[in-house]
Design a protein around this ligand. Structure first.
Ligand code: ADP
Length: 532
């Protein structure tokens, strides 16, 4: 009995409902197959899914089983070939199939692509399948294939959307999607957090209301942003990165950011744009520091040079007695040393920043090492400062990079003298604790204001730029050297009373850390030159 068009319509609607009901198409397919079999009077059937043109998978099976073992190979070949190779519906007469009611089969195709096939079998109770029933099955298959495909597509889409949402919300960068006129249509959590504007307000805004161009020596950010908007208005593709900008924030403090701008193209049409917003606070700070640094370093390097050339000219142009020339040479020497120190600091800074600072470990007497660090200051400042040294126990030794530990003490004692008035006393103590040496350098100088303490060990930091003749690198390098040895440094200070720097270092720095190499004890001739 052929199906009436009303029956067919109702069958297709029920099949669609079954497919749409379940999350997994697999179980929906069995229900759909049952409905189809019932309407077409089949006693059994199966749906095969084609993963690709050569791989078939049984996706649903009902009623009398399709026993491939029992069927003649030639029959199998022809049936499968019809459905899967030629994409045609097939009707197999009862005798050929061994099934009293015969077999009908039809491909499940979406456009050119075959996604599977349905086969139905019929027992002896009814007349064998006819061509009309085969054609009906083909029609059902067309509708079912579209249902399956759209169900799977929507599952793929929601999986992709979930994936994208996970990516968006876990992104460190802020992300904005805008329409071709620049109105914000969507954004991720990071953007919402950094811009501090409630979601409901964001939707009605143009992105240019929140993001503006930031001045840069070589990049014209304003021009970049204009080109982006022009490209979108004109339907042109556009993509650019590294555009310096700032993000306006409600508190009035603009945040430096770097943005990437790209037009969204779909089927050759520009649908809007995506704006990637990266926090550039650190870069902007570094940029500023670099500018300050270049200004500071050129000034600091020029000052001693001016002094040196002035004195050299003085000696060259005048017949001066030796008693007057010697102090002038001393001043020139001082300035040369200052220049040398500054250059050494700059070289150390670049080694620290590039991770190339290696240690050369050896065993040495702490008392002798401290003496070496302190002696030049004792001699230079014998008329103005008293420098006391206490070592406990005096015979103690440690394993570390001796030159670097001297450098740590030289920096601390140098500052202690530099930042204390004449008549001040500086005390250097070294005390062996369990597995550590504790060094303290205490002065009775100007002290350090509490507000400056957190930044004291940072690069280029100077409490009072007028009073300091240094580059603000000494304590940064000192801290890096201490930490490189596995130690720590801290400071206590009272404004106007004095400061105490405390350094704890392992008595034995462990060999094997990156960049650490062991020198043969006593082979001091093998130590590298440091250019100090
Ligand atoms: P600088 O080369 O400027 O001395 P440092 O990194 O050694 O650089 O020190 C950073 C700043 O810390 C100094 O400019 C100074 O203001 C302050 N400072 C360091 N040591 C002392 C100290 N013992 N007493 C007072 N201020 C100090």
């Amino acid at each position: 009995m052929p199906l009436t068009s009303a029956q067919l319509h109702s069958l297709l609607a029920s099949v669609a409902a079954e497919i749409g009901k379940t999350r997994e198409t697999g179980s929906g397919l069995t229900q759909a197959l049952e409905l189809i079999a019932e309407h077409l009077g089949a006693t059994g059937g199966m749906i095969l899914r084609a993963e690709d043109p050569t791989t078939l998978r049984l996706a649903a099976q009902i009623g009398d089983t399709w026993d491939e073992e029992q069927l003649p190979a030639a029959f199998m070949d022809i049936t499968y070939a019809e459905v899967f190779r030629y994409h045609r519906a097939t009707l197999v007469p009862p005798n050929a199939a061994g099934y009293p009611g015969g077999v009908i089969g039809a491909p499940l195709t979406v456009g050119e692509r075959q996604i599977g096939g349905i086969f139905l079998i019929r027992g002896p109770e009814r007349l064998p399948f006819d061509e009309e029933e085969r054609d009906t099955l083909q029609l059902i298959c067309l509708a079912l294939a579209i249902q399956i495909e759209s169900r799977e597509e929507s599952r793929r889409t929601s999986a992709r959307r979930a994936e994208l949402e996970a990516v968006h919300s876990s992104m460190v960068d802020g992300l904005l999607v805008v329409d071709v006129r620049g109105y914000i249509s969507t954004f991720n959590e990071t953007f919402k957090r950094v811009c501090q504007v409630p979601s409901y307000e964001l939707y009605g805004l143009r992105w240019s209301h929140l993001i503006g161009p930031r001045a840069h020596p070589t990049i014209d950010a304003g021009q970049m942003m204009e080109s982006f908007m022009d490209a979108m208005a004109g339907g042109e593709p556009f993509v650019t990165t590294g555009c310096p900008a700032y993000l306006k924030q409600p508190d009035g403090v603009d945040m430096p950011v770097t943005v990437g701008l790209a037009a969204i193209e779909e089927n050759g049409k520009i649908m809007g744009g995506v704006i990637n917003v990266r926090d550039a606070t650190v870069e902007a700070q570094l940029e500023r520091l670099k500018d300050d640094f270049i200004a500071t370093v050129s000034h600091e390097l020029k000052t001693p040079l001016t002094t040196i050339s002035g004195f050299v000219e003085l000696v060259r142009n005048h017949e001066l007695p030796r008693t007057e020339v010697i102090p002038i040479f001393d001043l020139i020497l001082d300035e040369c040393r200052r220049l040398g120190r500054m250059i050494t600091d700059l070289l150390d800074l670049s080694k620290i920043q590039s991770g190339l600072l290696s240690l050369h470990l050896e065993k040495f007497s702490v008392a002798k090492m401290v003496e070496q660090a302190v002696r030049p200051f004792r001699m230079r400042y014998r008329d103005t400062h008293t420098i006391k040294v206490e070592i406990t126990p005096p015979s103690g030794t440690m394993v570390a990079d001796r030159d670097r530990i001297v450098q740590i003490l030289v920096n601390l004692v140098g500052n202690a003298v530099k930042y204390s008035p004449a008549g001040g006393e500086v005390t250097v103590k070294a005390q062996k604790l369990k597995s550590e040496w504790e060094f303290t350098v205490a002065d009775q100088g100007m002290g350090i204001p509490e507000a400056a303490l957190p930044r004291l060990f940072g690069r280029f930091f100077r409490v009072n730029e007028q009073q300091s003749s240094g580059s603000g690198l000494g304590l940064f390098i000192t801290k890096s050297l201490v930490e490189r040895h596995g130690g720590r440094i801290s400071v206590t200070s009272q404004d106007g009373v004095g400061s105490t720097f405390l350094v704890r270092l392992p008595a034995t720095t462990v060999e094997g850390a990156v960049g650490v190499e062991m020198l043969e004890t006593g082979k001091s001739a093998g130590r590298r030159a440091r250019g100090q």
